[in-house]
Each structure stands twice: as structure tokens, then as C-alpha cells.
Design a protein around this ligand. Structure first.
Ligand SMILES: Nc1nc(=O)c2c([nH]1)NC[C@@H]1CN(c3ccc(C(=O)N[C@@H](CCC(=O)O)C(=O)O)cc3)CN21
Ligand SMILES: CC(C)C(=O)C(=O)O
Ligand SMILES: [Mg+2]
Length: 273
């Protein structure tokens, strides 16, 4: 049974979240029993081969979220709102979020940051029945403006900024918030100060949940940040080996074999001569 927003908010066990971008990936994650799926705009990096998340469009997210939803109909599914789709006013943000929800069957959307525009969009969406997950700390969509892909909240001013960002996102109505790449003890303070669940990535063990990019943990994506993304498998290497084995069998004439082939009766075949 799919979990609801109140159930997720009241969870006493750690929440487990992974990214999913397609039918088989979502199906595997649902079979593994994760609590939440994220159709992340990390799609841009790990599936589409861009070097940032900025080129990912609303149509990209919708296309992949539809596939992920078909693979995991019983798992709470969050879709990232892409860069630029929630910054031009609450009307646009609402319209774009409604497209995501209606066209994909996603249960919630996620937006990065705590600017007045993002907070206003969060208020409008939540007030109108679209659950919103916040995202503070490192913000990949605007990392250039933050000084690159760097740990956030290390000095007093920075730490205070991340704490204030998390509090404001909660106040605007978010049901949970991602804390990305911040010191573990700052994440602990934020987790203690909030009543909504914190979901960490590179934010230490004290959050109420954890999220990882599936392609990182499976060893499919080579550009992963080794410090935060533990590899639980080497699927990339296994894929290369499997395709190499297939190629060798084709070239060596051992695939397809008799078992992989269909038969026809002799008398039918004889009529062709
Ligand atoms: N595939 C993928 N997985 C991720 O987890 C991920 C992305 N992409 N892209 C965007 C963000 C950026 N992430 C990270 C993760 C760790 C550091 C980090 O350790 N920063 C160090 C410097 C490390 C270095 O320069 O090598 C720091 O001290 O700021 C930065 C960004 C994680 N995120
Ligand atoms: C890493 C998570 C939090 C994300 O936003 C993404 O995958 O796009
Ligand atoms: Mg994202």
C-alpha cells in the first residue's frame, strides 16, 4: 500500500528514498521496499549525459516520471521541478506542478531553495493540495551562484543560512525537506529544530531519512561523489562484461544456439525447393 503524506511525516523509522527515472528502475526500488522515489533532475547527469541539471526540462521530468510511475504504482513518488519552472510567479509554478501531477501520477513535487519566489510557490502549491518537498543546503540547479558544488553551511553565517532556509521552507508548508551536502552536526541541529522529516544526502546520519542517486549506489554512473555515495554494486562493470560476452558469442558463432532458435517441419521446408 502506498504511504500517505501524514504517514511519512509521522514515521519513526528512517525514511529510505532513491531516485528512479524509468520503469525497471522504479520497479526494482519498489520491490526493494523503499519509502519514497524521486524522479530527480539528476536525470540530466546520470541518464541524459549533460554536465549539469540546468538543461532538464519539464517535459523531460514528465516523460521519465510517467515511466517510473508505471514501474512503481504503490510507492510514494516525488518529482523534481526543473530549473526555471517555479521562479516566474506562483501562477506558473502552480500550472507546472499541476502538469506534473496530472500527467505523471506523481504524489508530490520538490523545489530547491528558500528565495521569496520559492517560498511563495511552496505556499500556493501546498494550500491547493500539491504536497511539496523542500530542498536546502547545496542546490545543484544554482550551484554556480553558490560558488560551485561545495559543502554548504560550514561557517557560522552559512550554517545559520541553511537552518533559516529549512525553517522557512517548513513554515511555507513543505511536508519534508532534503538537506544536501552539509556538515553532519548541522543536519542534526536542523533535524532537532524541525517537525517535518529531514532527508539527507551527504548530510550525515542524524536526518530522519536518506536519499541517494540510484545510478551512484549501483555503480552505473562514473562521475559520482565518492565521499557521499557508497557503491553497493558494480552494475556498470557487469553491463560491460555481459555485452562483451554476447559480442564474443555472436562473433564465435555460439549464440544464438539451438535452444534460442525456432523449428519448422521438414515437409513444410521441402515445399520451398
Ligand atoms: N550523480 C550525482 N550524485 C550526487 O550525489 C550529486 C550529483 N550527481 N550532482 C549534484 C550533487 C553535488 N554533490 C556533491 C557531493 C559532494 C561534494 C563534496 O564533497 N564537496 C567537497 C569538495 C570535493 C572535491 O572538490 O572533490 C567540498 O569540500 O566542498 C560536493 C557535491 C552530490 N550531488
Ligand atoms: C539528489 C536528490 C536530492 C536530487 O535532487 C536529484 O536526484 O535530482
Ligand atoms: Mg534534484
Amino acid at each position: 500500500m502506498k504511504q500517505t503524506v501524514p504517514q511519512l511525516m509521522a514515521a519513526t523509522e528512517p525514511l529510505v528514498m532513491v531516485t528512479a527515472y524509468d520503469y525497471p528502475g522504479a520497479m526494482h526500488a519498489q520491490q526493494a521496499g523503499v519509502d519514497l522515489l524521486l524522479v530527480g533532475d539528476s536525470l540530466g547527469n546520470v541518464v541524459l549525459g549533460y554536465d549539469s541539471t540546468a538543461p532538464v526540462t519539464l517535459d523531460d521530468i514528465i516523460h521519465h516520471a510517467r515511466a517510473a510511475r508505471r514501474g512503481a504504482p504503490e510507492t510514494f513518488l516525488v518529482a523534481d521541478m526543473p530549473f526555471g519552472t517555479y521562479h516566474t510567479g506562483v501562477t506558473d509554478a502552480m500550472r507546472h506542478a499541476v502538469r506534473v501531477i496530472q500527467q505523471t501520477g506523481a504524489d508530490a513535487v520538490k523545489m530547491e531553495g528558500s528565495s521569496p519566489e520559492v517560498l511563495e510557490a511552496t505556499r500556493t502549491l501546498t494550500r491547493n493540495g500539491v504536497p511539496v518537498m523542500g530542498h536546502v543546503g547545496l542546490l545543484p540547479q544554482t550551484a554556480t551562484a553558490q560558488g560551485g558544488m561545495k559543502v554548504q553551511g560550514r561557517d557560522e553565517a552559512g550554517a545559520r543560512q541553511v537552518l533559516e532556509a529549512a525553517l522557512s521552507v517548513q513554515e511555507a508548508g513543505a511536508f519534508a525537506v532534503v538537506l544536501e551536502v552539509i556538515p553532519a552536526r548541522l543536519a542534526r541541529v536542523i533535524t532537532e529544530r524541525l517537525h517535518i522529516p529531514t532527508i539527507g544526502i551527504g548530510a550525515g546520519p542524524h536526518c530522519r531519512g536518506q536519499v541517494l542517486v540510484t545510478h551512484d549506489l549501483l555503480g552505473v554512473y562514473e562521475g559520482q561523489h565518492k565521499k557521499i555515495a557508497k557503491r553497493y554494486a558494480e552494475i556498470g562493470a557487469q553491463s560491460v562484461q555481459a555485452i562483451r560476452d554476447y559480442a564474443a558469442e555472436v562473433r564465435g558463432g555460439t549464440f544464438p544456439s539451438r535452444e534460442n532458435s525456432f523449428v519448422i517441419r521438414d515437409d513444410v521446408l521441402d515445399k520451398l525447393y
